[in-house]
Design a protein around this ligand. Structure first.
Ligand code: IMP
Ligand code: MG
Length: 176
């Protein structure tokens, strides 16, 4: 056991919000079967809860991109480490991401995916830090806004840890 940090966003609030986003996506995509395109690894917990709150057929795909090392600030350099294997031409894509900080990761990913001519592409982000944004990437479905603190839990990690925390907490003593 380890001492669990106090919550910033509780499990109950997360569950309620995720249910609402799922209902909204269900309504917006009637008659379609979108691809939920998760950005690994941070999307995993959010996407698995979200997918079960969506009441239309959808497919899962995953990509892995890197812009962070073991620190808490973006390196500004984005690299696709693992690509999807399917053709997304004429498909409806919902990118599922854990958090938009600078927004650089998603801006880059959006540019790359648009080149593949999907029918539509929307962004679903669990969290956003509005004060840190350096891009005007539009978030279509958002869980919560958070202040400029480093957050962990519900899929979000610090140096690979805390993803399994069932709620969102602030990382105490983040390295500078
Ligand atoms: P961006 O490119 O600056 O928007 O960074 C996005 C990525 O940085 C996210 O997908 C996360 O993996 C990571 N990230 C940014 N802020 C946090 C945080 O507070 N906690 C954990 N990961 C974060
Ligand atoms: Mg991420």
């Amino acid at each position: 056991m380890y001492d669990r940090p106090p919550y910033l966003i509780s499990q109950a609030r997360i569950a309620d919000r995720v249910r609402k986003i799922g209902a909204q996506i269900t309504q917006d995509y009637q008659g379609k079967h979108p691809i939920l395109l998760g950005v690994l690894k941070g999307c995993v917990i959010f996407m698995s809860d979200l997918a079960r709150a969506i009441d239309i057929p959808c497919e899962f795909e995953f990509m892995k991109v890197s812009s962070y090392g073991a620190g808490t600030k973006t390196s500004g350099v984005v690299e696709i480490q693992q690509d999807i294997s399917c053709d997304i031409k004429d498909r409806d894509i919902i990118i599922v991401e854990d958090i938009l900080d600078s927004g650089l990761t998603l801006q880059y990913l959006l540019e790359q995916l648009k080149l593949r001519n999907p029918a539509s592409i929307k962004i679903c982000a669990f969290l956003e830090k509005p004060t840190r944004r350096q891009t005007d990437v539009h978030i279509d479905y958002l869980g919560f806004q958070v202040e400029d603190v480093f957050v962990i839990g519900y899929g979000l990690d610090f140096d690979g840890k805390y993803r399994n925390l069932p709620y969102v907490a602030e990382l105490e003593n983040p390295p500078v």
